[in-house]
Design a protein around this ligand. Structure first.
Ligand code: FAD
Ligand code: UDP
Length: 366
């Protein structure tokens, strides 16, 4: 098959690269092993006509104006600010922890200044932040850490907070004001017609051909492009020569309630200490869809299924570095995205990386 560039994977990384390279005059083939495009962003109707995200709740948020403006070529947006509650001891609290969480959990009536002082006393003094446990203890102390973080993390990653890089828990701010938004980025939106439609529009180009249901690694010999953009797991590309990089997966269970307009008090409710699932998403909150019923999605983390998350810790980073060393020797392969770079990227980071790498590839193939 003839192409200037073969893009392996139709997630956001692959589609951004494909679109940019095709727009520079290159002939692009996108090959996707799943039956659908979009990777983990894939959304669509369930059997009952409710829009769901098949691989868990996705909210677009960024401070990068360039990323927002780039994606705005392919979708209209609906402003959306995400809010999450945590269920602890049978009560619901705003999460990330804020002033109302502190007052509710400790049964206090602090104002913002008093809450700062309160946290100063609660914090565990640590000379160095070595991992996610330290990252939480140093900001909140032990009670909040054990009630809101330890159990959730154990379920989500199958390991203790202390076994993960600080960056994992540091994704979550600790607030002493009453801001109850999950993200504080400048741009927070949902694509009006969904992520899959946005992705479809990115791939809708006369110089892009999309092939689905084909695993590139099973049919490498069929393709002789000038350049490859690989967005699958990097260890699989190299036939696991140094051993497997661990990726965390999630099993999603969807439940539909035919005559319930609203099921829960927020888009997402986290269950750090109860149940085998981590969180429950009610999709109508995210999509603003009008429907007589509603659908919720429960997330059961595990090791089986599509890889969803690289697992950030020093052991895995060392293993990844071995693969990265092989990758750095490749002149005609670019590794891009969450799985290929083994990084806990959000969508906007993936787009930013893909825009930068596409410039380099276009210059190389000129
Ligand atoms: P992927 O979406 O994983 O795409 C890789 C694609 O490559 C897949 O389609 C896969 O099938 C295909 N592929 C792999 N190997 C092969 C092969 N050998 N042959 C052919 N095809 C192959 N980010 C946010 O910004 N906001 C959020 O709210 C948010 N929520 C998230 C919630 C969950 C549960 C998860 C898992 C992630 C979330 N993210 C969120 C992160 C976001 O999903 C990623 O940043 C983004 O989707 C990564 O895109 P990607 O293209 O790198 O990877
Ligand atoms: N986390 C937690 N309790 C929560 C929510 C998050 O301990 O109620 C921790 C957990 O380790 C999680 C990390 O913070 O993996 C990052 O959370 P985020 O919501 O960013 O995870 P994602 O949406 O990427 O799954």
């Amino acid at each position: 098959m003839k192409a200037d560039v073969l893009v392996v994977g139709s997630g956001l990384a692959g589609c951004t690269a494909a679109e940019r390279l095709a727009s520079r005059g290159l002939q692009v083939v996108v090959i996707e092993k799943r039956p659908h495009i979009g990777g983990n962003l894939y959304d669509g109707l369930d059997d009952n006509g409710v829009v769901i995200h098949r691989y868990g709740p996705h909210i677009f948020h960024t401070n990068e104006a360039s990323v927002f403006h780039y994606l705005s070529r392919f979708t209209d947006w609906r402003p959306y600010e995400h809010r999450v509650l945590a269920s602890v001891g049978g009560r619901l609290y705003p999460f990330p922890v804020n002033l109302d969480t502190l007052n509710g959990f400790f049964n206090l009536t602090l104002d913002e200044k008093e809450a700062e002082e309160f946290l100063r006393r609660k914090r565990t003094p640590l000379p160095e932040i070595r991992n996610s446990e330290d990252a939480v203890l140093a900001r909140t102390g032990r009670e909040i850490c054990d009630a809101f973080f330890r159990g959730y993390t154990r379920k989500q990653w199958g390991m203790d907070l202390s076994e993960l890089d600080a960056q994992v828990a540091n994704r979550i701010p600790i607030r002493t004001n009453r801001d109850d938004r999950y993200f504080t980025d400048r741009f927070q939106f949902m694509p009006t017609s969904g992520f899959t439609r946005m992705i479809k529009s990115m791939l809708d180009h006369p110089r892009i051909e999309v092939i689905r249901n084909v695993d590139y690694l099973h049919e490498r010999w069929k393709f002789k492009p000038r350049h490859i953009v690989f967005t699958g797991p990097i260890d699989a590309y190299y036939d696991f020569v140094f051993g497997r990089l661990p990726y965390r997966s999630t099993r999603f269970e969807f439940i539909h309630y035919p005559a319930v307009a609203r099921h829960q008090a927020a888009a997402v409710i986290n269950y750090p200490n109860d149940h085998a699932f981590t969180r429950v998403t009610e999709y109508k909150w995210l999509t603003a869809q009008q429907h007589a019923g509603t659908t919720i999605g429960l997330e059961y983390p595990g090791t089986e299924g599509e890889p969803c998350y690289p697992i950030p810790n020093s052991r895995n980073r060392l293993l990844y570095m071995k693969y990265a060393a092989l990758a750095s020797k490749e002149r005609s392969v670019t590794f891009l995205g969450r799985l290929a770079e083994y990084r806990y990227y959000n969508m906007d980071q993936v787009v930013l990386r893909a825009l930068a790498e596409s410039d380099k590839i276009a210059a190389l193939l000129r």
